[in-house]
Design a protein around this ligand. Structure first.
Ligand code: F0G
Length: 520
């Protein structure tokens, strides 16, 4: 940027907070909107998910990004950057705060230096897999403070939690959400409570939750059961005072948009042809879709990448719904054109057959992805040069194979993350990814998150089978923080959380949080 240019286009001030940001129901047929100071996990009118929406004109972002036609994207970005550098600029999320101005005061931003991750050029891996040099990139989110991409979302959600005065936070997790939530909670003085399915979490992640001092409830159920319980408590039991940190929290997804900003930054704001991401609860891909819709709206980019969401074959609900049942977002008509009804029927079928998710990639071992509707929307937004995004599934052996390949060429990741590279290679072999197209795979979690899978792959040792059951006596260490086993029962869970259940009517809870969990 030349000095003359900056004088002609001084960067406008940034306005943030309730005057420029609102929460809005994603169902266009509803469209209800709420103040950002409300704590909500779903639309109170129609139970659909919520978005954070902005008045980009009032926030200054539109003026900051509007430059004459033909201005290169990188120059738009330069103009959009902020007038002065502050502490928030040390975060790889908040340096993009002009694109997420919901916080009330910059001084109240909760950050632990997340998002200092870069887009890595993976030329050796590319050559090995038959991609052209310079076309395969890995966005290495395992380098975040808690070792996964979740920190991008937690910094935003905790900033909101502080805004609304939360004192207890909770999440259901396959491991990384809990690790990220626990580190932020313990740094900013909010009590963390974690719900994990018994035997469903990699030890690297469990060790983080315990060390960061979270109350860790090992529920005798799977992730879907845990999420139904914690969501019910957050929504219906005010005396528990729980602020929910799962990705139904729309503020979390605001932070996760930054993963895409950094991919663009790594490519000097040249839009890649493909973004390939593992899909579990589908928060990440949902955030990516929103990021690109907003960048287009602001004129900062003039094309979008094509999205490929990769499921594990043992946990492939999105694949079945998208490819098998042909359900689409359809401009939001999903809620009324029979799409959502098909999803509900599929969930009922899964329940009737007692179908459970099962994959070595425990991070994405999820049957009922809560962000399904937003993910369908992202697949419509991120269509690249085609009509829509793509969904594929990869099996456990394939995941292990590509995980080892990622490690061999110097990056390393946990099993779920390798699904992105496996998926990209599959799409290249199918001819959907064309020679020379630029691909960014998201490596969502660090290699050390799940050492059992790595050791077992390289040695043949079944590390999981050789583990002893947890001892029942309390360990002697002064700070010992053992997990608390609980039945898959709301009353027992609440008592383990220290909530007095005397006189509490839990009769309606069984239906809402049991196997036939309420769908959102
Ligand atoms: N990769 C890793 C390493 C994850 O931990 C997760 C999700 C995903 C991919 C999938 O992302 O849910 O946004 O589609 N882990 C969650 C958890 C569910 O509880 O840690 P998603």
């Amino acid at each position: 940027m030349t000095p003359q240019a900056s004088q002609q286009h001084p960067s406008p001030p940034l306005v943030s907070g309730p005057s420029v940001a609102r929460q809005r129901c994603i169902n266009p047929g509803c469209g209800a909107s709420f103040a950002i100071t409300d704590t909500l996990t779903a639309c109170p009118s129609c139970a659909a998910l919520l978005d954070i929406v902005y008045d980009w004109t009032a926030s200054g972002a539109r003026a900051a990004t509007t430059l004459p036609p033909g201005t290169p994207a990188w120059m738009r970005w330069t103009f959009a950057s902020l007038p002065a550098k502050t502490r928030a600029d040390t975060s790889g999320v908040w340096k993009f705060r002009r694109l997420m101005p919901f916080y009330d005061d910059e001084k109240n931003i909760v950050t632990i230096g997340e998002g200092k991750t870069i887009l890595q050029n993976a030329d050796l891996l590319a050559r090995h897999l038959g991609f052209e040099p310079g076309t395969l990139h890995l966005q290495y989110e395992g380098q975040n403070p808690s070792g996964s991409f979740k920190d991008n979302g937690m910094t935003a959600a905790f900033t909101h939690a502080k805004m609304v005065g939360a004192t207890v936070c909770a999440c259901a997790s396959t491991g990384n959400t809990s690790a990220a939530m626990a580190i932020y909670a313990s740094q900013c003085g909010i009590k963390p409570v974690i719900f994990i399915g018994q035997g469903k979490i990699a030890y690297g992640k469990l060790s983080q939750a315990l060390d960061y001092g979270a109350l860790t409830l090992q529920v005798a159920g799977d992730f879907d059961a845990c999420l139904a319980k914690v969501r019910y408590i957050a929504e219906n039991i005010p005396r528990a005072g729980v602020y929910l940190m799962n990705s139904v929290n729309p503020f979390r997804l605001e932070g996760q948009k930054a993963v895409m900003y950094r991919v663009l930054e790594g490519l000097c704001w040249q839009v890649p042809d493909w973004i390939v991401v593992p899909g579990g609860n589908l928060g990440n891909c949902s955030a990516f879709g929103k990021a690109f819709a907003e960048l287009l709206d602001l004129g900062m980019i003039d094309r979008v990448p094509r999205l490929a969401v990769i499921n594990a074959a043992g946990s492939s609900t999105l694949d079945r719904i998208y490819n098998g049942l042909g359900v689409r977002w359809n401009g939001g008509k999903y809620f009324s054109d029979g799409g959502k009804a098909k999803v509900d029927a599929e969930y009922a079928r899964m329940y009737a057959h007692n179908e459970r998710a099962s994959t070595i990639a425990t991070a994405i071992e999820i049957n009922r992805p809560v962000n399904l509707a937003k993910a369908l929307r992202a697949l419509e937004i991120m269509k690249g040069d085609a009509n829509e995004g793509i969904v594929r599934s990869v099996g456990d052996e394939t995941i292990k194979h590509y995980k080892a390949a990622v490690g061999k060429f110097g990056f390393g990741c946990e099993p779920a993350s390798a699904a992105s590279v496996a998926g990209a290679h599959m799409l290249r072999q199918e001819g959907l990814i064309k020679p020379g197209q630029t691909v960014a795979c998201i490596l969502t979690g660090h290699i050390l998150k799940d050492p059992d899978v790595t050791v077992s792959y390289h040695t043949g040792l079944d590390a999981k089978a050789s583990k002893q059951p947890l001892p029942t006596e309390r360990p002697p260490g002064q700070y010992a923080n053992p997990p608390v086993p609980v039945a898959d029962d709301l009353g027992e869970i609440l008592r383990a959380m220290g909530v007095d259940t005397t006189g509490l009517d839990l009769s309606g809870a069984a239906k809402a949080t049991g196997k036939v969990a309420k769908e959102y």
